[in-house]
Design a protein around this ligand. Structure first.
Ligand code: PLP
Length: 400
């Protein structure tokens, strides 16, 4: 018998972290690596946000805060939800938390009983199914094909719901596809959900501001205000403000769920970092020009990279509406043979070949629940992206 608990034995380390570790290991061995794995802005946190943190330290804001986060921060979050999505939440319906990752995990931890089901539209962020498993739940992936823009339809949702369904997880714009739901598409899902009061909705809004089509990202609750009492709004400052290291996120929702969050976090992580909270107040209330500026740069990268990828025979990619990834269809390369005589039977084989032959690190579609695809992060410089595309084109040209 192992001394490691079953809840850990049923999960695996994040595939994107593993792919990144493998690329870094090869780089240490002296291989030239183009790392297109990491989903992290390559920008520094804007200076006015860093200064707010420094000022907070100097003022002595280095102690425990309220468990739910400072009142100032929760007021800033409430104002943000109203400003961006016309959602009205009181301070006691909001908690500041230490990272979107832990927040989604905790949402499952406080609600799932053994065998409860969570509908996860695929392709999905790699962590969702494992978080559900770690909390004794059963992930129910629903494949959302490229032909439907990688989006869940009402009919698919209706077919996936059972009496054990507790959550539908929504992530728009999506990691890894960049697909974003419209109000009408949300409404079609809501029309199904109104018939199934046992199902709650969790929205992971982390990429809401990273959009390339000039559209504002509508919130699910704007399409379905009547589902407010069974919807949990989760968001994070990591991607919008290039604040991945600060570990600041938040959750807004009905009071019973927020109270359960408070109880659980008071016995686990405790309050989020006091200094990061002060920085987050400035991020949310202060000058927003960094957001538009960084999105413009992501857009130039997206356009340039998309054109390069779509010019490679055997590869194709839909333009992502948001987030900073390309989810690239590689069906045209499956079955081909490498110069070493290996047959590419699945997307994982192609990703391995690209790493070994040209040093390009990517993540295979198997990790996201929809194959044959691979994910390329565009949160890196245009030079690195150009070099990556050149290497991919060369490796593909060498296939038989
Ligand atoms: N949700 C999605 C879809 C993500 O891509 C990520 C990070 O990669 C997270 C949540 C978690 O981000 P953080 O824990 O930094 O808030």
């Amino acid at each position: 018998t192992s001394r490691i608990a079953a809840r850990v034995q049923r999960i695996k380390p994040s595939p994107s972290s593993s792919a990144s570790d493998r690329a870094n290991e090869l780089r240490r061995q002296g291989k030239s690596i183009v790392n297109l794995v990491v989903g992290e802005p390559d920008f520094d946190t804007p200076q006015h946000i860093r200064q707010a943190a420094a000022a907070a330290m100097d003022r002595g804001e280095t102690r425990y805060t309220l468990m739910a986060g400072t009142v100032k921060l929760r007021e800033a979050i409430a104002a943000k939800l109203l400003r961006d999505s016309r959602l009205s939440y009181a301070i006691d319906e909001i908690m500041a938390t230490a990272g979107g990752k832990n927040t989604i995990y905790t949402a499952f931890a406080i609600t799932l009983a053994q065998g409860d089901e969570v509908i996860v539209p695929a392709p999905y962020w790699v962590s969702y199914p494992d978080m559900v498993l770690a909390c004794d739940g059963q992930p129910v992936p629903v494949a959302c094909p490229e032909a439907n823009g990688f989006k869940l339809t009402g009919a698919q949702l209706a077919a996936a719901i059972t009496p054990r369904t507790r959550w539908l997880l929504l992530n728009s714009p999506s990691n890894p596809t960049g697909a974003a739901y419209t109000v009408e598409e949300y409404r079609a899902l809501a029309d199904v959900l109104v018939r199934h009061p046992q199902v709650m909705v969790m929205t992971d809004d982390i990429y809401e501001h990273i959009r390339y089509d000039g559209q504002r990202t509508p919130h699910f609750l704007e399409a379905a205000p009547e589902l407010r009492e069974r919807t949990l709004v989760i968001n994070s400052l990591s991607k919008t403000y290039a604040m991945t290291g600060w570990r600041i996120s938040y959750v807004a929702g009905p009071r019973d769920l927020i109270k359960a969050f408070d109880t659980m976090l008071s016995q686990s992580t405790g309050n989020p970092c006091s200094i990061s909270q002060a920085a987050a107040v400035e991020a949310l209330n202060g000058d927003q020009s960094f957001v538009a500026h960084s999105v413009e740069i992501y857009k130039q990268r997206r356009d340039a990279t998309l054109a390069r990828i779509n010019a490679i025979p055997g590869l194709s990619c839909l333009p992502p509406a948001g987030a900073f990834y390309l989810y690239i269809n590689c069906a045209g390369l499956i079955g081909k043979t490498t110069p070493q005589g290996r047959t590419l039977a699945e997307d994982g084989d192609l990703v391995m070949y690209l790493l070994e032959s040209e040093g390009v690190a990517l993540v295979a579609g198997t990790a996201y629940g929809l194959s044959p695809f691979f994910r390329m992060s565009i949160a890196t410089s245009i030079d690195i992206l150009e070099e990556g595309c050149t290497r991919i084109a060369r490796a593909v040209a060498a296939l038989q």
